[in-house]
Design a protein around this ligand. Structure first.
Ligand code: CA
Length: 375
């Protein structure tokens, strides 16, 4: 080291020391005293409970929660143990939000639209008909300010939400009647929840709620004429191809459903910094893993359904989709006119969707239409 270099180096070191001393000036006048790191007692262990809206170990969605707990445990060197409960095991599936909000449990997993009755705005952080697909949702939530708005929306409920996975674009559903025009929706009974269900009703159909375990029998016996569920992988497990003739696409009502991992704010803030970062990192890993796993399994099972089970894939006619879209805009307008948080969430969502829509023709769209189907 040359003399001038050494002099510069020493000068810089002095500057660092001065800054460090200034930082701890209140505690001591001694320049020898070390700067204190945030207090972490590595003997402290934390035992948390995680409640979910999914049946225990439900493929991908429930499995993802088990993985989240495992990753947190491994990353924390065993200092943090999270026990995962399926819907109904500790609290009913649709009470996950309240259980985490009240602090009865520390963490929950579900989807924002399940709490629509309590917080209409929450739906925009899950999915809305003709809204953004999974990639666009992640771009908004992770990279475009969506999660910050989501956390603000849940602030008064003592909850910190994180993107916790995505189902990918869902399928339109299983029908026993061919849909040739919007008239064919008239009088049709379909299991389709949420905003999609409201749109279906506007189009002359009847949306019904049927518990997961009863859909197959209802479809088989003609109690319902159609049902949507998730995508090819999960639908195959339900066996719908055995009792319905047509498999319609696209899943206009759920174009990319984002899942939600929520943490009780006080419990989170009581954690040492490293465990807070571990929770956030595991949530991010879950968000990534869940969509990747869904895409991998859905593509495999779509082929299986078509080639091994002879399922007929049908596209909804353009005029049917155009009508669904018109009604969707009306339902969303009605929803946001009555609630200021929903209005704000919708404005941010719609602005980002428009931004993506203007950009997509120059990349994803041309690639998918011209080269995406090349094998
Ligand atoms: Ca669905």
């Amino acid at each position: 080291m040359k003399t001038t270099d050494r002099r510069n180096f020493l000068a810089q070191s002095g500057a660092v020391l001065t800054a460090a001393t200034l930082g701890s000036a209140c505690s001591s006048e001694s320049s020898e005293k070390k700067v204190q790191a945030p207090y972490i007692n590595f003997n402290d262990t934390f035992r948390w409970k995680m409640v979910t809206t999914w049946p225990p170990n439900f493929p991908i969605l429930g499995e993802g929660c088990n993985l989240f707990a495992q990753w947190v445990n491994e990353m924390s060197g065993g200092r943090m143990e999270i026990t995962v409960y399926g819907g109904g095991e500790l609290v009913p599936a649709l009470e996950v939000f309240d259980a985490v909000s009240s602090g009865a449990v520390e963490v929950g997993h579900g989807a924002g639209y399940y709490w629509a009755g309590k917080i209409p705005a929450a739906q925009f952080f899950a999915t809305v008909p003709f809204g953004m697909n999974a990639q666009q949702m992640n771009a908004w939530l992770v990279g475009g300010g969506g999660t910050e708005l989501w956390q603000e929306t849940y602030h008064d409920y003592n909850l910190i939400p994180y993107p916790g996975g995505n189902t990918g674009m869902q399928m339109g559903g299983w029908f026993n009647k061919e849909i040739r025009s919007i008239e064919d929706i008239q009088g049709l009974k379909m299991r389709i929840p949420g905003i999609g269900g409201k749109v279906f009703n506007q189009a002359g159909g009847t949306s019904v709620l049927v518990a997961g375990g009863e859909i197959y029998t209802n479809l088989e016996r003609g109690v319902i004429d159609a049902t949507e569920w998730i995508g090819p992988f999960h639908d195959y497990q339900m066996g719908f191809h055995q009792v319905a003739q047509y498999y319609y696409y696209p899943g206009w009502h759920e174009p990319g459903t984002a899942l939600e991992l929520s943490v009780n704010k006080e419990k989170y803030e009581a954690l040492p910094t490293d465990l807070q970062v571990i929770i956030a990192a595991a949530a991010e890993r879950l968000n990534h893993w869940s969509l990747c796993r869904s895409e991998a399994m859905n593509s495999e099972y779509a082929i299986k359904l078509a080639e091994e089970e002879g399922v007929e894939f049908r596209r909804f006619p353009d005029d049917v989709l155009a009508t669904f879209r018109k009604y969707s805009q009306e339902v969303v307008a009605d929803l946001t006119s009555q609630d200021s948080l929903a209005k704000r969430a919708n404005e941010a969502y719609a602005k980002f969707q428009k931004q993506m829509a203007q950009y997509t023709p120059y990349n994803e769209q041309i690639y998918h239409s011209d080269f995406g189907t090349i094998a």
